[in-house]
Design a protein around this ligand. Sequence first.
Ligand SMILES: *[C@@H]1O[C@H](CO)[C@@H](O)[C@H](O)[C@H]1NC(C)=O
Ligand SMILES: *[C@@H]1O[C@H](CO)[C@@H](O)[C@H](O)[C@H]1NC(C)=O
Ligand SMILES: *[C@@H]1O[C@H](CO)[C@@H](O)[C@H](O)[C@H]1NC(C)=O
Length: 446
Amino acid sequence: MSLARTHILIISLVLLSLLFLLASQTNHSPTLIASALTSRLLFAANFYISPFSSVSSSNTCLVLDSESNCTLSSVTAVETAHANSRKDQERYNRIKKLSSCDIFNGKWVADNSEPLYKPGSCPFIDEAFNCFKNGRPDSDYLKYKWRPIGCQLPRCDGGKMLEMLRGKRLVFVGDSLNRNMWESLVCALRDSLKDKSRVYEVSGRQRFRTQGFYSFKFRDYMCSIDFIKSPFLVQESKFSDKSGARGETLRLDMIQGSSTKYCDADIIIFNTGHWWTHHKTFKGYNYFQEGSHVYNKLEVKEAYTKALKTWAQWVDANIDSNRTRVFFRGYSASHFRKGQWNTGGSCHGEMKPIASDTYIATYPWMMRVLESVIAEMKTPVFYLNITRMTDYRQDGHPSIYRQREIPRGPGMFQDCSHWCLPGVPDSWNELLYATLLISHYDFTGK
Ligand SMILES: *[C@@H]1O[C@H](CO)[C@@H](O)[C@H](O)[C@H]1NC(C)=O
Ligand SMILES: *[C@@H]1O[C@H](CO)[C@@H](O)[C@H](O)[C@H]1NC(C)=O
Ligand SMILES: *[C@@H]1O[C@H](CO)[C@@H](O)[C@H](O)[C@H]1NC(C)=O
C-alpha cells in the first residue's frame, strides 16, 4: 500500500471522533447558520444570472454575459424558442421548481432504472473503484436514486450535458474523492457517445492515481474534463536541511502551485477534507507553516480555517466570476465500523443504505468552517452539500472489492471512504447536471 493511499485512508475514524470532540466547540449561532442557509438558497436561484430578455431569436445562447457572449452554450435554446407545446411547458416548470428546491435535502429511494453507465463498461475507472470488475457480487447498491424533498431530479442526459459543455473546460481540483467524482462524470458522458473512441485521456494513461494532472478530451464537443490533484488546496512543501534530514510542512498561506493550470477554466469543482485528519496534520506538530514561521503546534481546525481563507482569497483575486463558475463539493462520509482502516475497520457486507436518521453523524465542523468562509467571499460559490446524502450510503463503498487480488483475507484493509463506480458519485454529477440545467432558464420575475 502506497504512502499516499495510507494517508487517504487513515482519516475516517479519526474524523468521526473529531466530530464529537469538536461539535461542542463550534461557535456558530443559529442566526449565522440561518443566514448561511439563506445565502445558499439565493445562490441556487441566482447562481447563473441569465437575463432572459437579452436572448435574441438568432442567438443560441440563453446564458449571456454583459458582452452578449455565451457563458454556457445552450442546447435547450431551440426548444425554449418553440416552448409552446405542453411537454416543453412541463419541462420548464419542473426545472423552475428545481431552482427553488434544496436538492441536497432528501432521501434515497429504490429505483430500477439503469445506472448512468453499465458496471464494468467504462475503461476509465481505476481498479480501486471498479467493484464490479473486482467481483462484488451484490448489485442492490446500484438501485437507489436520490430524491430531494419537494422536487424531482432529472436523469443526467450525457448528450445534453456535453452540449452544455461544448467548447468548455471543466476541472476537478482536490483529493481522491474528487477523482472518484471526475471518473464518474467522464464515464457518464462517455456513455452517451455513439463512437466511444471520441474521448481520450491526453497523456494516454490508463490509470489515474499517481500523476498530478489528467485531462479527458471529448473531440466532437471540444470539451475537456480534467482532474488536478490538490488534496489540501494549499501547498505542501518538502525539504531537506544541511544535515540531509528531510522534512515536510504545509504552507497555509500559499495556494497549491497547480492553480495556474486552471484559473481560466469555465467550471471548477473544488474539494478538500479527508487529508485534514491525517495523523500528522491532526497532531499538528511542526507541520503547519505561514511565511517562514513553522508552528510548533497548531490545532487542525485553525489550520484548516487558515487554508480555506487562503483558497478564498486566491479565488476572489484570480477567478473572473463572469467567466468561471466555482463549485465546492462538501465532505463525503466514510463508514468504518469496529476499527479504523488499518485496525480491521470494515463496511463489508453492507447492502442497504442507512434507513434511520438516528445513525446519521453530526454535520462536520469542516463544513461549518467552509460555509462561513464562502459567506464572506465576493465570488459566488455553489456549495454541493453532499455530506448527509453520502452518510446514508454505508453500502456504496468498495470495502474488500477495492482490488482484484484473491484471497481477500481478514487482514486486508477495506476501503470505506471512496465509492464504487457506478455508484454514489454518479448522483453528485446528477446534482451538478441539475444546477447546469437551471442555468439555461431565467426564473426571476416569472
Ligand atoms: C466576446 O468576448 C470577447 C472577449 O472575450 C470580445 O472580444 C467579443 O467582442 C465578445 N463578443 C460579443 C458578441 O460581444
Ligand atoms: C463582471 O461583469 C460586471 C458587469 O459588467 C462588471 O461590473 C464586473 O466588474 C465584472 N466582474 C469581473 C470580475 O470582471
Ligand atoms: C448542508 O446540509 C446540512 C445537513 O446535512 C445542513 O445542516 C446544513 O445547514 C446545509 N448547509 C447549507 C449551506 O445549506
